[in-house]
Design a protein around this ligand. Structure first.
Ligand SMILES: *Cc1c(COP(=O)(O)O)cnc(C)c1O
Length: 497
């Protein structure tokens, strides 16, 4: 092919250079009016603080800037681009209606110091969301303050600690299954508890005899994810709750996986005392770069006095106010009232779907995960025979015989146009491939993903070297991930001419 044609056709390739490399002297993306004030000598004014390195700023035109950043934006794989099967993360579609509602002037422009009288609409939204989440979880009350799942865990365990302290003894330990998300032991430790590991049985559930043996009056709580990180529902959850309660312990549920339960079953009905939700997973508010998170904590009645303050309460005349007079409160965990914009989006999502829609969402999420499970069974090893809920965990055992590991398969998937699944987690599955399609994906998209996974498995068998060097289509291929994290190069230096 003619070299120039090749260049033109790579406009949208993944090989976008640095903006500094596009610089040519004198180009500008702006035009200022003539200077009508005396020019300042920055050296005289700022002395040593005057920055000489600004002389190396890139000089480009407006269209070059627009194209550069538009191309870069296509590198940032997003759920608006294609399937994002990152297990445990519930990368579902963030419906546009959420954004429309959150941008309404009265909401987007509301100030947290606005008097209560002028904030009735915002308070009504927080109250409505709280009521809906209480209904969905079957709990008694909730705080919307925490800013993420891990922050919700910390809030929840602080509630447990305050409650147990009020009973005379905060206790020493928290039990955590070996399938748990890493934030669970981190939370226990930061709240001053020792972590004790609880093992799973052959079905991938909590081993109840071990729990009975380990449960005593030193245990403050069990932190349990349900369905757990293997995508398996803890079928003995009732019994687990009873074992804890009999010895005065609390059952904390990590509710990050509520996408498998909403509209089908309620943690409040199976013995959970305290749990967090991830609005940015289950309730379709943006993750990470797309916006701040939100991790409300739902509780049973006995933990209510300890909730973070303020709490939205209803006056006798039906208006709402913020109650700060809560002597037993653990205090604030977040400035103002939490990430209010996320509350608006989550409520929009819940109301747009309604009870039937939310139930269907759960059913579709579980169906999609099991469709992938069925189609890839035998091609990738299934370490547990227990049926999947909203996500499916395979292992790389078959491919590892040829030296191809879960991380290699994930990198090769990038060449096929998909975001990788979650690699090497949960830790109890060596070489885990954790896949969560969510309800957002159509059968057509799932089939494309399955075809890609099959193709990679075939390559692992016949041409393992291709996978070892993947990804091949990206600007940067395999990085030294440790060096990239420890010694990042953040400053561009002009090449010596
Ligand atoms: C995502 C997740 C968390 C942590 O939530 P963040 O909002 O990322 O802090 C905790 N537990 C499980 C099981 C999760 O999937």
């Amino acid at each position: 092919m003619n070299e120039n044609i090749t260049k033109a056709s790579t406009h949208l390739s993944l090989n976008e250079g640095l903006i500094f490399e596009k610089s040519s002297p004198g180009k500008k993306a702006y035009k200022l009016p003539p200077l009508d004030v005396p020019e300042i000598d920055e050296k005289a004014l700022l002395g040593d603080l005057a920055r000489a390195d600004l002389a190396n700023m890139p000089e480009v035109s407006e269209i070059e800037i627009v194209r550069h950043f538009t191309r870069l934006s296509t590198w940032n794989y997003a759920v608006d681009y294609g399937m994002y099967p990152l297990g445990s993360c519930t990368m579902k579609y963030n419906a546009r209606i959420n954004e429309v509602v959150a941008r309404l002037d009265g909401l987007a422009g509301a100030h947290p110091y606005q008097p209560e009288k002028l904030s009735q609409g915002a308070l009504r939204i927080m109250k409505a969301l709280a009521d809906q989440l209480v209904e969905i979880t079957g709990m008694d009350s909730i705080t919307l303050q925490p800013a993420a799942g891990a922050h919700g865990e910390m809030t929840g365990i602080l509630l447990v600690r305050s409650y147990l302290e009020s009973q005379g003894n905060p206790r020493k330990k928290i039990l955590i299954p070996d399938s748990a998300h890493g934030t669970n032991p981190a939370t226990a430790a930061i709240c001053g508890y020792q972590v004790e590991n609880l093992k799973s049985n052959a079905q991938g559930m909590v081993d109840v005899p071990s729990l009975v043996a380990q449960m005593n009056e030193d245990v403050a709580a069990l932190m349990l994810t349900n369905p757990n990180t293997l995508g398996v529902f803890e079928q003995e959850i009732h019994k687990i709750a009873e074992i804890l309660h009999a010895k005065g312990g609390q059952l904390y549920m990590d509710g990050a996986n509520m996408n498998a339960l909403v509209g089908k079953t309620r943690p409040g009905d199976f013995g959970v005392d305290v749990m967090h939700l991830n609005l940015h997973k289950t309730f379709s508010t943006p993750h990470g770069g797309g916006g701040p998170g939100s991790g409300p904590v739902a509780i049973k009645k006995h933990l209510e006095p300890f909730l973070p303050k303020p709490v939205v309460v209803e006056n006798a005349d039906g208006t709402l106010r913020l109650d700060y007079d809560r002597p037993k409160s653990i205090g604030r965990v977040r400035m103002y009232f939490g990430n209010f914009g996320m509350h608006v989006r989550a409520l929009a999502y819940i109301m747009a779907n309604g009870p039937d829609g939310l139930r269907l969402t759960t059913e579709d999420a579980v169906l999609n995960a099991n469709y992938i499970r069925k189609k890839l069974a035998g091609i990738y090893e299934l370490p547990y025979a227990t049926p999947s809920m909203h996500e499916v965990v395979f292992s790389d055992r078959i491919q590892a015989r040829k030296g191809v590991k879960t991380g290699d398969i994930a990198k090769r998937l990038i060449d096929y146009g998909f975001h990788p699944y979650t690699t090497s987690f949960p830790l109890i599955v060596p070489g885990a491939l954790m896949i969560e399609p969510t309800e957002s994906e159509s059968k057509e998209e799932l089939d494309l993903f399955i075809e890609a996974m099959k193709a990679v498995a075939e390559e692992a068998e016949n041409t393992p070297d291709v996978i070892a060097g993947a990804p091949h289509r990206t600007r940067v291929s395999r990085m030294d991930e440790t060096a990239a994290a420890r010694k990042p190069v953040l400053r561009w230096k002009p090449k010596a001419k």
